[in-house]
Design a binder for this molecule. Sequence first.
Ligand code: SF4
Length: 898
Amino acid sequence: MKTVTRSTCCYCGVGCGVLVEAEDGRITGIAGDPDHPANFGRLCTKGRSLPLTVQSMTGRVLHPEIRTARGAKREAADWTSALDLVAQRFAQVIEQHGPDAVAFYISGQLLTEDYYVFNKLAKGLVKTNNIDTNSRLCMSSAVTGYKKAFGADGPPTCYEDLELAQTVLFAGSNMAYAHPVLFRRLEEAKAANPDVRWIVVDPRRTDMAAMADLHLAIQPGTDVALFNGMLHHLIWEGLLDRAYIDAHTVGFDALKALVREYPPRVAADICGIEEHALMQAAEWFGASPAALSLYCMGLNQSSHGTDKNLALINLHLAARQLGKPGAGPFSLTGQPNAMGGREVGGMATMLAAHRDIGNAEHRAELEALWGVSGLSDRPGLPAVEMFEAVRNGKIKAVWIACTNPVHSMPDIARVREALARAEFVVVQEAFAQTDTVPYADVLLPAASWGEKSGTVTNSERRISRVQAAVDAPGEAKPDWWIVNEVARRIEARLSSMSTLFPFDSPQAVFDEHRALTVGRDLDIGGLSYATLEAQGPQQWPFAAGAAHGQARRYADGTFATGDGRARFHATPYLPVAESVDARYPFRLVTGRLRDQWHGMSRTGRVGALFAHAPEPALTMHRTDAARRGLKDGDLVTVASRRGALVLPLQVSDDVASGTVFAPMHWNGQFLNSGGINETTVPAVDPHSAQPELKHAAVRVQAADLPWRLVAARRGGDALALQAAVQPLLRERRYASVRIEPDADGNEMLIVSAADLRAPAEWLNRLHDALGLPHGEDLLEYRDARRGHEKRVAWRDNMIDGFMLAGGTNGAAALIDRLREAAPWSGPRHAVFVDGKRPPRDKVICNCKQVTQSQITAKIAEGADLAELKSTLGCGSVCGSCVPEIRRLYESVPAAAAH
Ligand code: SF4
């Protein structure tokens, strides 16, 4: 039977509504929900490909597993044994070492209900605040910024402001890639009103920066100097709202005294930009009828992230650019439910419903609501400190859910060490191949997107329902259920009672969460599942009796502080945690790609999502590359004081000389190393404890690895092949793996590797892992003198796979043959002399599979964007490729106006 279920996309904080199609227990399709106020029917490439991520059960965790002895392999177990063991080991540690000897590390991808039960278990039952989340790595500086300036967490803005803003300041946000559907809304607003001005603050010339009216390519980490310099200029030009400052704020005089030290020339010098550009940005911002700033990881993932947030908020308060349509400081949440986690207090530094751990009244309120006593007043350990405490033995048992810290934390060698030393590690996961799973003593199978129900809150404080479209596979269970079952067992053991976890559905959890918010700034006393289903997604606050949620906050100039006034903060510019020097002369910045999501445990399952960026790369300015004798495609070693990895080089003008860029996504599932966080710094912001994932000092050297390999296999289960190949990657100095679709819609696996040499035994293991045949279906060629080896696998007259080792000439032609899925004509041995082919054309439009050369040929003929859309179809479906297409006009000499 065919069904359509209304739900929400599980990737980014935009929170797009989706209609999920399913048939016979299998998700078959997806469409944007035209009635959802976040996306009005639009979806980006990632959202559109969600069904492809859940159709195969390969690589899913399908039943509980238990490791019975250290060093032993985990064995399949039943749920009762797994739940009993987790409860028993946690209770044992708590009884022997106290509540702070256990920790919970959870995720902004959990639903609010999942988060709530975890938080109640840690804080209400165990009485530890050692519960933190990967949202610490994402937006904790935005939280501290809002709380310090306005007295409460949460943005004062809403998505409607995207269409109403006259000036848009993008700061540390590559929104075209990270929040694509919101970016579509901005593109349309600018197309409708060309007077709207865009200012992009980004060290890189991204596609979005190329579209801006003003691009401020500041030196990484100098945002505070920029904002202080802009404020200095606003004061000088009289572009302040003095009446607003006097009536609704405190602290302006101290800030004014500080920004005297940041005249535009000085600030511009620190930032490495032109003074007039800084002044222009200040004037556009201050004089605008409505200035909106949109910011994300570029501000937050910094050892001074809170200051960066506050310095930007200072500008909004001084020029009264908030509390009115189209204006305000708008932090974009990276994850789908980072906001929901904040609401339930699912972090080490907060309590439920925006209450504070250090506030005795707040603790007493919560004790009364939960019917418990003795909530801990000791702040818990935030992410970086938490794993350090696991490493040094203070925390003995850790439960990790729905996140992959062995990829996403900075300086991951220390996280690996921590988990290897821990007495007991629980991993609750949907996907079996993540870098954290090998450390699990107990692996608990979690339901994934499309298989579970609850709610999420997006970047504009809007709560949406998430609904199951199909049953979870195997024995996988919803996250809230798993935690609830363990919590009941721990409660029975610690207190011989069973009262705190009566939940029998996500709705029961939501109703208790709702009750805790009544009277708080995020009051959702008027919301229920029934309201959300009848009236659609709603913003908070939504108190009992309200007809709808509140779109904007602080419109009357009354803030959530004790005296109702907002706070200015004097924020001096401080340099990045790790400066460059003669040994580590490059500034490494990290970021996202368009079609991948976080650690790729989900997007890495879809071959089509590799088409835009098949391999990881380190981007370097061409003059820096030339000076080192490096060229595009060379392998380089990127090393910091903490670790190193090998990556292919991408030469570009998009980064400044002295800066290099690497994407955050690749990890041990797809690479021989753990990814770029082998090199990043564990330094954290003193207020938010958010680590400086965005910046490290590195050196870059040619990796002299003359032995090369390219191998591929078409047909079969690409995900199963990838799982088989994954353990072999780490044995080579460079290795990466990717999935690609062929012309028949089947998927193939491609492996690249490099080293000084590789033993024949490794080649044979790779041969078997790829499922290449032996006997007459294998054609082999060996050149012992040169150390070259070629193997081509046949199925009838089709090439089914190959392995070129030692030298890789001819690999591109063989991959093309596999992609084409066409029969081979002529003698088989001629395959070894198949001609050279040009490098593969980059796929720009994923929806319509349109390549760069097709687009540039049309542009050269004079086609404008509308014509490209109508003739090639590119940019006509999800629109994620439009910024890149616009950029191609810069590179084509005969480009028409567009
Ligand atoms: Fe999902 Fe894309 Fe919407 Fe983000 S913008 S919620 S990834 S469809």
